[in-house]
Write a protein that binds this ligand. Structure first.
Ligand code: MSK
Length: 684
């Protein structure tokens, strides 16, 4: 692509008129004081945000029930539940005869397809950059985590050693990387067989998937098949549609997302606990502030380097700034936090507000969870919105497109940083940077958890299992997912997590839940004393970990699958993920990716509760199928509970049910692993 085409500025400016009269009360919109403060500023300045729009525009009742069908041009056919409920036989039908079950299942399946596609296409980009690095086509990316590459090589059946003159020697690391990269990339286009990582699951889970014939053949194939099956007049059995959802969702969790996570770890380093700060207070009035927002860390990793470049820092000073402050938003933020300790400005619902502070000189976006309205909000301030991915451009407001290319990624990153620096003197609005910023510890990859529990040479999940068996830890919950403007920002996240902690349930987190927890101070070891039951508090204090373990971005939910697998392998808690006293939760979900994640959790054997609501209520038999019958098939099932206290109760009740099945409901001797115990472990 030529240089002129690569950097384009759109001409259109569509500033949204203010809707002050219908503005929401900031205190009802969010529990986060920084959000409340900047939302009030936006309203004073007549700048409309998602909080105001949610106040004005109510969701469609039929869509909410999942029973609006627009798969062909004879509709949309709308099949809401009658106000009085169903009396007798349910005779609702679309023009073609599609039942509410078929319609809701098709809509659900398309969400799985879109979510799996989003994560997996992210993974594909990572695999392409990885391969370019392995082939030495770019100097900007190198192999940073050799050990992890050697581990992954085994999973892809790539030999790490060769015999030379009768002696076994390790192959060149870049040769190994090339073979791994080629095999990884081929996972997308594979037409038959099985994805390699299916065998990473506990053996019992793998065998179950095999028996049910749901092991994904290739990532793209399973997603495309959903789109075919949900076309008008194809798959009209909700059970059969869900079976294909399982293949596509497993292709996301155990392939697309998992490959993204692994290859990013090899390129940028596997996360280990690192300190960081979070909330809008991380912005600095006297610095050039750049926010990286979205999901893919490929370019933001380079922006981290460019923002520290001495020449760039000098340039910033020449423009009157004291330095360059790089902060993140959404999951790009999580990616650079867990590897570099870079600060986070906020989670999903705060993206417009970051601009409203008046202190953001550039917001650099890649893919996913980027609200189109940031471009409109930016026209009210001086902020430059820079799109960087050919898949994700914007028509609203004023944006600049600087396309990322892995072959000259650092050069692209420097161009972006320079643009932000040049914009620093253009600040015009009153600046309001809230004082709120919390310290946090993040970067708990499943490898880091193993290390923390067992020590450098004897890393093991056995101490965790032992503390679950002895009852000090009641169970494990993966609490993840988005913010949703239909609920009070961060409120459900925090209630659910605090209820779990109080009941000795350790929490693994990613995405916007992790950021909500960070802002509320739950990601520090000290928080154990404040929020945990006595058993969990004691474990956290002994090991020196927070009670909520931040594992990374949305694609890193695959790390939760691996942590669950490690727990199974450590022994004493059953043979499969579905045996564990564990549960999954997304209290404020909103994206289609969350549905794909939820379904791969369920198909991996996890009881998974969503807040807000699920678009299945208009199809009672389909709802019954995913809420109850799936447990007979997969050992995991869906549930929905908008009330956060009830939500937490359901998670805990499930954990107790599993404890009982394992015979752990009886009192056990309580013992905490000390260093002598760790040394005695036969797991070196
Ligand atoms: S960013 S997918 S709003 S978690 Fe991953 Fe947050 Fe949900 Fe986006």
């Amino acid at each position: 692509m030529s240089e002129e085409k690569k950097v384009t500025e759109t001409q259109k400016v569509k500033v949204v008129p203010p809707t002050k009269a219908k503005s929401v009360n900031p205190k009802e919109a969010s529990v986060d004081p920084a959000t409340q403060q900047v939302l009030a500023k936006a309203q004073e300045e007549g700048v409309e945000t998602i909080f105001d729009r949610a106040n004005v525009m109510k969701p469609c009742n039929i869509g909410e029930q999942g029973t609006c069908c627009k798969m062909c041009a004879q509709g949309p056919c709308r099949l809401p539940l009658p106000k009085k409920g169903i009396e007798g036989e349910d005779t609702r039908k679309g023009l073609c005869g599609a039942t509410p079950e078929t319609i809701a299942a098709r809509n659900f399946a398309r969400m799985v397809a879109a979510g799996a596609a989003a994560h997996s296409d992210h993974g594909r980009s990572v695999a392409e950059v990885f391969l370019a690095a392995a082939r030495r086509e770019t100097e900007d990316y190198t192999i940073k985590d050799r050990e992890k590459l050697l581990e992954i090589a085994k999973d892809f059946d790539v030999p790490t050693h060769v015999v030379v003159d009768g002696e076994e020697v390790e192959r060149d690391i870049y040769e190994i990387a090339q073979d791994v990269g080629e095999k990884a990339l081929a996972e997308w286009g594979k037409q038959e067989g099985e994805i390699y990582y299916a065998k990473r699951a506990p053996e019992a889970r793998y065998e179950l998937w095999k028996k049910l014939d749901v092991i994904p053949r290739g990532i793209d194939r399973e997603i495309v098949e959903i789109l075919h099956r949900t076309h008008m007049g194809v798959d009209q059995d909700y059970r059969n549609l869900i079976k294909q959802c399982t293949r596509a969702a497993l292709a996301d969790g155990w392939a697309g997302s998992m490959i993204a996570t692994d290859l990013q770890d090899v390129l940028f380093g596997t996360p280990y606990p690192v300190q960081g700060q979070i909330n809008l207070g991380v912005l600095k009035e006297d610095h050039v502030n750049i926010i990286v927002h979205g999901h893919e860390p490929l370019l933001s990793e380079m922006i981290v380097v460019a923002a520290q470049d001495p020449e760039m820092l000098e340039y910033a000073k020449s423009k009157g700034a004291k330095g360059i402050n790089l902060a993140g938003m959404c999951c790009t933020a999580n990616e650079i936090l867990v590897r570099h300790g870079m600060p986070i400005a906020g989670n999903y619902l705060m993206q417009e507000l970051a601009i409203v502070t008046g202190a953001v000189d550039a917001m650099v976006v890649d893919v996913q969870c980027i609200m189109e309205n940031i471009a409109n909000v930016a026209t009210c301030y001086h902020t430059k919105v820079i799109t960087t991915n050919p898949r994700a451009m914007m028509d609203s407001g004023e944006t600049i497109h600087i396309e990322f290319d892995e072959h000259h990624a650092l050069e692209d990153a420097k161009k972006i940083v320079k643009l932000a620096v040049d914009n620093f003197p253009n600040r015009r609005s009153p600046i309001l940077i809230p004082k709120e910023k919390e310290m946090m510890v993040a970067g708990f990859s499943y490898e880091a958890i193993r290390y923390h529990l067992g020590g450098t040479f004897r890393g093991s999940y056995v101490p965790l299992n032992d503390n679950i068996i002895n009852g000090r830890i009641r169970g494990i919950a993966g609490v993840v997912g988005c913010n949703n403007a239909r609920t009070t920002h961060d409120s459900a996240h925090l209630i659910v997590v605090k209820e779990l902690l109080k009941n000795d349930v350790i929490v693994l987190t990613t995405g916007c839940n992790a950021m909500a927890c960070g802002k509320a101070g739950l990601l520090t070891p000290e928080s154990a004393k404040v929020y945990c039951g006595a058993g969990l508090e004691e474990v956290c204090e002994t090991v020196g970990i927070p009670p909520v373990l931040h594992m990374g971005a949305c694609v890193d939910n695959s790390r939760i699958l691996m942590a669950a697998t490690e727990v199974v392998k450590a022994g004493g808690l059953g043979k499969d993920i579905s045996d564990l006293p564990a549960a999954g939760s997304a209290p404020e979900w909103m994206s289609e990716k969350a549905i794909s994640i939820g379904h791969y959790f369920v198909a991996s054997g996890v009881y998974t509760v969503f807040g807000v609501g699920l678009p299945v209520s208009g199809a009672p038999r389909f709802a019954e199928y995913i809420f109850k019958e799936l447990e007979q098939i997969y050992g995991g099932m869906w549930d929905v509970e908008p009330d956060p206290y009830e939500h937490a109760k359901k998670l805990i009740a499930h954990i107790d049910k599993k404890r009982k099945a394992l015979g752990l409901d009886k009192a056990r001797e309580r013992k905490l692993f000390d260093m002598a115990d760790r040394r005695a472990l036969d797991v070196a």
